[in-house]
Every structure is written in C-alpha cells, then in structure tokens.
Ligand binder design. Structure first.
Ligand code: SF4
Length: 296
C-alpha cells in the first residue's frame, strides 16, 4: 500500500500527473498505435534499449503492418530485418507469434492475458504489457523500474530485491487506480519514473513527484546499497560474437553460403563449430545442401 500520508488515488495521481507532463514521446504511446505494434515493441524491448528499438520498430511496422504480413514472409526475412538488435531468437519467436495470431486469432492480437500467454515467445511480463498498454486492461505490469520505485517510495527500502511475481504483482495491484485507463497510465508512469527519475544509481529526488511521500526518503534517506549484478561475459572473442559474425554474413547474402566461407570468419575452428551448431539448433540457420547454409 502507499505511504500512510496519501491514499492509493493520491499516490497514483502524483505519478500520472508527472507522466502527463514528462513522458517521452515514444511510438507505442501515440494515439492509435496498433496492438500489433505494441507486441512487436515489447519483443524488441525485452533485451534492447529504447533508443535502438525506435528506428527498427518503425521499419518493421512499415514492412509488416499486420501479423498476417509477417506470417506470410519467410522466418529468415524476420532474422534479416532484426539486424543489430541482438538476441535474434526473438525474431524467430516474433515470426512464430505472427503465424499463431494469423491462424488462431484471425490475424488480430488477442487482448486477454491468458490468450496472449499461448503465443510463442510471450511470457508473463509481455502478456501483461500488451494487455495493459494496447487494450487498457486493468492489470499490474512490473518491470525492474517499477519494482525499484515501489521498494523505495512504498516500502522504504533503498533498492528492490530480486524479482518475485507472488510479491511484486500484488504490490503493484494494491497501487492501481480503480479505473482501467487510469490504471494503464499509472503503470506506464511508474515505469517512466523508474527509468528517468528514480534510477538505480542516482535517483533525482528533487525532480520526483513522490518526493514528499516517499517512504525511503522520509526514513532518513539512507545510502543506497547497490546490488552489483554479476558482470556480463565479455562479448569480444565470445561464442556470441562468433554467432553474430556468421549471422551477419548470412543476412547479407540472398544465396546459401558454403561452410568454408563461414569458417573463415571465426579464428578458432572449435568455436566456429559450436557457433554454427548452436545457430542450427536454434532454428536461425538451415542447411540447404551439403555444406551450404542459409537463413530459414
Ligand atoms: S523521492 Fe527519490 S527515492 Fe523516492 S521515489 Fe522519488 S526518486 Fe525514488
């Protein structure tokens, strides 16, 4: 529940009022943005920052404005268009998702969380985000930014603990306004507040709409204990880099590429074998003839 000095409606009003004035102008927030666009954006945002997603999202929706358009394309076209967004299995999942929507939902993105969860590559977070932001369903959407704002402003802790749906979803539900539209705006506002103001390392409390009611601040503003994430493995020289090099080569060629040409891109033969085998197992690369490889 919100701090005792304000009730749920007042807490939400502080966040949504700030959001109305300071929200970034992002494509998925514009009036009339289609549910399909919201779904594509959520796939892209899963592991890629907003600034890199926005231009690619625009290209995708121009090329494939509806699920049926992407479903009619080859999966390899999706992988090719994914380009530098990283973690390209998302492109295959998105293509499979478009096929499922076309075949099972008459080409219309479903609005129901349970129906969304039946789609390939759609997990609990993505299903909720699409239901709330595309259709205005009243449901909690909790990402790392929302968890941090709740931890500080409501619970008085310096930072969020590890994700736990059984705790996080009820905590957000307790803050949601009763009205569907207001709840959706509050969800988006909490995310934006965590992304722009209540950041992990340097919260800008003097700009925060919750400054006067924030439990962490009023508890004496203890120092932030940064929970350091385990360092990401170095990209340079990694199998991931090798996979990226092979995919880049296959993306730029409309014809199958011989094994020897691909092998020349990776200095370590064992790493090349691992990378190519992994791509084939993931469905990102297919063998078209003996020792010839292509996107699916
Ligand atoms: S007052 Fe500071 S710590 Fe509290 S919610 Fe706002 S930015 Fe975060």
């Amino acid at each position: 529940m919100p701090p005792t000095r304000v009730n749920r409606e007042q807490f939400a009003a502080l966040v949504t009022g700030w959001f109305a004035r300071h929200a970034r102008d992002l494509p998925w927030r514009r009036p009339g943005f289609p549910p399909w666009g919201t779904l594509v954006s959520e796939f892209m945002l899963q592991q890629t920052p907003v600034v890199r997603v926005v231009p690619r999202l625009d290209e995708w929706l121009t090329r494939w404005p509806a699920p049926a358009d992407l479903a009619a394309a080859a999966p390899g076209d999706a992988v090719r268009a994914w380009e530098s967004l990283g973690y390209p299995r998302r492109a295959l999942n998105l293509h499979a998702c478009a096929v499922a929507i076309t075949e099972r939902f008459d080409g219309a993105v479903p609005s129901d969380v349970d129906a969304l969860l039946t789609l390939p590559g759609v997990g609990d977070y993505t299903a909720r985000a699409v239901a709330v932001f595309a259709f205005g369903v009243r449901a909690p959407v909790v990402d790392t930014n929302v968890r941090r704002v709740i931890a500080r402003a409501v619970d008085g802790h310096p930072d969020a603990s590890t994700p736990n749906a059984k705790r996080d979803l009820p905590a957000m539900t307790a803050l949601l306004p009763a009205d569907d539209d207001a709840a959706a705006r509050f969800n988006a506002g909490m995310m934006e507040l965590g992304a722009l103001i209540c950041t992990a390392r340097s919260p800008k409390c003097d700009l925060c709409p919750l400054a006067d009611v924030c439990a962490w601040r009023s508890a004496g503003y203890p120092e932030i204990e940064i929970v350091r994430k385990p360092r990401q493995k170095k990209y340079e020289g990694s199998d991931r880099q090798a996979r990226g090099a092979l995919l880049k080569r296959l993306r730029t060629d409309a014809h199958p590429v011989p094994r020897a040409e691909l092998a020349a891109l990776v200095a370590d033969p064992a790493q090349f074998d691992r990378a190519l085998t992994g791509l084939i197992q993931d469905g990102l690369v297919v063998t078209t003839a003996h020792d010839l490889f292509a996107l699916p």
